[in-house]
Every structure is written in structure tokens, then in C-alpha cells.
Ligand binder design. Structure first.
Ligand SMILES: Nc1ncnc2c1ncn2[C@@H]1O[C@H](COP(=O)(O)OP(=O)(O)OP(=O)(O)O)[C@@H](O)[C@H]1O
Length: 249
């Protein structure tokens, strides 16, 4: 078996001034699986994504993506990122098609002009997320769920091997949630690796093969059903975790 992990995080610690956002985080993701990232507000989920993208500098530890470092992986288009809603400037005057084309930037030649293959990849990605009809619309004029789908389409157009999605189901309509969940399963079946954070614990078993429970460090990396056991949720969420577990089917 190929022993190159899609993502390997070793002893990763990240600080913002006095705030210890991540402490000795370690885990490995196998190719072709969807892993859910679960933890309370402030547990370090977005920081973990930013570290994997090479956007924050860790105090210590290492990130390897398909055997290479974050900077190289990003430049090579190996890793794609769907950021949280708050991390995007939605007033930026670009069309949905432009946003998806950004996924192709790493592949454009020296002229930086999209070629036919780039345009076709963008059209295919837009169709796959059901946004072909809205391609010309300004990104800021889309609903929350449609914006998420546009960013998922950017990852698809990029043909990223590892996809990171920060709360793709937050505030989205049922249609978008179903589209996104189905897409993640298809992508994994296609040999991509997906790490997806979510507060929607009900969606975990249907969406994910594995789940990571984070509270500044990894508390548990196991099957979703095990992570959802009340005593495990209580470790990450305290009393909120027990309350969350009670509403689960
Ligand atoms: N730019 C920053 N400067 C200072 N502190 C930060 C910064 N970004 C995050 N933090 C702090 O680091 C910790 C981890 O934050 P992070 O955003 O990674 O958590 P999260 O799990 O993604 O939270 P949420 O579920 O609310 O999005 C929190 O205590 C947060 O306040």
C-alpha cells in the first residue's frame, strides 16, 4: 500500500500572541476519505485549516501534504480551501465564474490567460455544483449556500487532491447542504481527501468516514459514531456536548 499520507500533521502548536490556539496537534489522513472536524467555538478548527494552507506560521511542528510542505502544496494546486463566510470580502466585484476560475490560476501559462481547457473545467465545476445559470452574477449577490457552492466549485476546478472546507454547511439551505454533502462523498470516491469542519453533528455519519474531535489538541480520531458518543462529546463541549448528544437520532 502507498504509505504517503494525504495529510500528516505532527506536534503542531500555533499561538496568536498569548493565545495558544493549537497545542501538539497530531493526526494523519488517508487518501480517499472524508474526515469531519468537530470542536466548540475557539477550539482551533480554522487555525488548523490556516496552518495546513501555510497561512499561519506554527510555533513548532510540521504539516505534510502528500509528502510535501504547505507552501509547495499550495503553489502546486494540491490543496484547496473553502474558507469560512467571515474570511471572505463579499463586496469584491467579481463574478461567480471569476471566483471559480481562480482555482485554475496555478495552471495558467506565462500569459495568465485562461485557455479552453481552463474554461471547460470552470464550466464543468459550475454545473457540478448547480450554479451554471448564475455564472455571470456577482459573488456577493448569491445566497450563503450558493456562495459556499461557488467556493466548492473553485476547489473542483483546481482539481485539488486535498480539500479543506471550513463550515460549508453553516447557514446554508437544504438544497445546498444536500449538494455539498453528496459532492464530498463523490470526491472521496474519486480519490480526493476531504477535511471538513462542521457544527452540524447530525450530518457527521452521513457525510464523513472519520471524525476528529478537537479542543486545542486532538481528543479523539475515530469513526463518527464513536465521536458522537455522549461521553466523548462531553469531553469537547462540556455540558453543551451532552445536550447536543440528546438531540441526535
Ligand atoms: N487572528 C487572531 N488573533 C488572535 N487570536 C486569534 C486569531 N484567530 C483566532 N484566534 C484565537 O485562537 C483560538 C482558536 O480560534 P479558531 O478561529 O481557530 O477556532 P475555531 O474552532 O475555528 O472557532 P469557530 O468554531 O468559532 O470558528 C480562539 O481562542 C481565537 O479567539
Amino acid at each position: 500500500m502507498n504509505d504517503t499520507w494525504a495529510l500528516e500533521v505532527t506536534d503542531l502548536s500555533v499561538r496568536y500572541g498569548d493565545v495558544r490556539a493549537l497545542q501538539d496537534v497530531g493526526f494523519r489522513l488517508r487518501t480517499g476519505r472524508v474526515t469531519g472536524l468537530v470542536g466548540m467555538n475557539g477550539s482551533g478548527k480554522s487555525t488548523l485549516f490556516r496552518s495546513v494552507m501555510g497561512l499561519v506560521r506554527p510555533v513548532s511542528g510540521q504539516v505534510r501534504i502528500l509528502g510535501t510542505g504547505p507552501g509547495h502544496a499550495r503553489r502546486a494546486g494540491l490543496v484547496g480551501y473553502v474558507p469560512q463566510e467571515e474570511d471572505v470580502d463579499w463586496t469584491f466585484p467579481v463574478s461567480v465564474r471569476d471566483v471559480v476560475m481562480m482555482g485554475r490560476y496555478g495552471r495558467l501559462g506565462p500569459t495568465r490567460r485562461p485557455r479552453r481547457a481552463d474554461r471547460e473545467a470552470v464550466t464543468a465545476a459550475l454545473e457540478r455544483v448547480g450554479l451554471a445559470d448564475l455564472a455571470g452574477r456577482r459573488i456577493g449577490a448569491l445566497s450563503g449556500g450558493q456562495r459556499k457552492r461557488a467556493f466548492v466549485a473553485r476547489c473542483l476546478a483546481q482539481d485539488a487532491r486535498l480539500m479543506l472546507l471550513d463550515e460549508p454547511l453553516a447557514g446554508v439551505d437544504t438544497t445546498s447542504a444536500t449538494t455539498i454533502t453528496g459532492l464530498l462523498r463523490e470526491l472521496a470516491a474519486d480519490g480526493r481527501t476531504v477535511l471538513v469542519s462542521t457544527h452540524d453533528l447530525r450530518s457527521l455519519p452521513a457525510m464523513c468516514d472519520d471524525a476528529l474531535l478537537l479542543q486545542r489538541r486532538v481528543l479523539l480520531h475515530a469513526a463518527p459514531e464513536e465521536v458522537l458518543e455522549p461521553h466523548n462529546l462531553a469531553r469537547a463541549f462540556g455540558a453543551d456536548g451532552r445536550a447536543a448528544a440528546e438531540v441526535l437520532p
